[in-house]
Write a protein that binds this ligand. Structure first.
Ligand code: PLP
Length: 375
């Protein structure tokens, strides 16, 4: 079945008690045991499992083409759970332009663990191969990356990790692409993570994260412990909202990709714009790989204005339809001066503006950017 159909049906069951088509929200924290101590319906306590979480996990595993999925309380709770699965002294190879929260978890939360980390240009396969160490256990990939929209070659990285030995696993943060546009597990990546806060939830009203695995492995099992024993769980309502959002995911993401392409082409021609980072543009250095591994190019783009921080901040300040806010993947288009969101130590260029393209009409979005860039 096609992904549009699975997005509507996977994980959904008619409620046997009432016939409800939309699933009820199971707020009960505890579930009745049978007379001999068993749990006849498979649920005991909501941190361990919950019908809404199970439905969401079934759906996520199905959409991603994975063996199993785990839903977490946030995207960064997934990052924490995965890194926690490594031994102290293990080494992670990660992109030098990864979502800044990854560095904060590795360097901050795990400061006293510690794990070793090298940040490399993950689009450069020779640099990745050269950075491998005997204690490398995980190659972290994020494609397209946040906020520079760089494209990593998933199939090549999976091959490189396999050649390094079975102790080197790969994980792809596919938040920008969603399972609708990109299928990392099908090209040999071991694990996929998403901040479901973004496109998967899709309405900027629920924080969540997901981890999906291609095969049984120790990192996934340890993440399960962080979820069920450690308690990094989403609430039943969070799961319900996220699953509700998924029904429209393929159509939203395709509309957002079309809108983003229109906006990218407009920005590319604008005299106030130095460079546009959007993998759908032929000039983008990762375009060829993106065209092979993605079915469309997504709703995220960033661009650099001619000038410095003040010029960029000025353009952001003049936006009327785009909302000045962080995050991405919802119906509203959002604009942000990314370096100031990331704070001190950010490597993001000071003249970079990041856009999350929503579901408004692209003509209106272009008109807004046109007046904002006019100064
Ligand atoms: C690519 C990417 N991964 C992970 C995260 C973290 O997700 P959350 O905010 O749900 O913890 C974000 C958040 O912006 C992100 O953009």
């Amino acid at each position: 079945m096609k992904i549009e159909t699975r997005a509507v049906h996977a994980g959904r069951h008619i409620d046997p008690a009432t016939g409800a088509v939309t699933p009820p929200i199971h707020l009960s924290t505890t579930f009745e045991r049978g007379p001999t101590g068993e749990y006849p319906l498979g649920y005991s306590y909501s941190r361990e499992n919950n019908p809404n979480r199970r439905a969401l996990e079934e759906c996520l595993a199905d959409l991603e083409g994975g063996k199993e999925a785990l839903a977490f309380s946030s995207g960064l709770a997934v990052v924490t759970a995965v890194v926690q699965g490594l031994q102290p002294g293990d080494h992670i190879l990660a992109p030098d332009d990864a979502y800044y929260g990854l560095r904060r978890v590795v360097g901050g939360v795990f400061e006293r663990w510690p794990v070793e980390a090298s940040y490399v240009d993950i689009t450069d396969l020779d640099a990745v191969a050269a950075a491998l160490r005997p204690n490398t256990r995980l190659i972290w990939v994020e494609t397209p990356s946040n906020p520079l929209l760089r494209i990593a070659d998933l199939a090549a990285l999976a091959r490189l990790a396999r050649a390094a030995g079975p102790h080197v696993m790969t994980i792809c943060d596919g938040t920008f692409a969603t399972p609708v546009l990109q299928r990392p597990l099908e090209v040999g990546i071991d694990l996929v993570t998403h901040s479901t806060t973004k496109y998967i939830g899709g309405h900027s009203d629920v924080i969540g994260g997901a981890l999906i695995t291609r095969h049984p492995n120790y990192l996934f099992e340890r993440a399960r412990l962080a979820q069920t024993y450690g308690g990094a769980v989403p609430s039943p309502f969070d799961c319900w909202l996220t699953l509700r959002g998924i029904g429209t995911l393929p159509y939203r993401v395709h509309a957002q990709s079309e809108n983003a392409m229109r906006v990218a082409r407009f920005l590319q021609r604008h005299p106030a714009v130095e460079v546009v980072h959007y993998p759908g543009l032929e000039e983008h250095p990762g375009h060829r790989i993106a065209a092979r591994q993605m079915s469309a190019f997504g709703g995220m783009l960033s661009f650099q204005v001619r000038g410095g921080v003040e010029t960029a901040m000025g353009a952001v300040a003049r936006c009327r339809l785009f909302t000045r806010a962080t995050s991405l993947g919802g119906a509203h288009s959002l604009v942000e001066h990314r370096a100031s969101v990331e704070g001190p130590g950010s490597k993001t260029p000071q003249n970079l503006i990041r856009l999350s393209i929503g579901l408004e009409h692209p003509d209106d979005l272009i008109e807004d950017l046109n007046q904002a860039l006019a100064g």
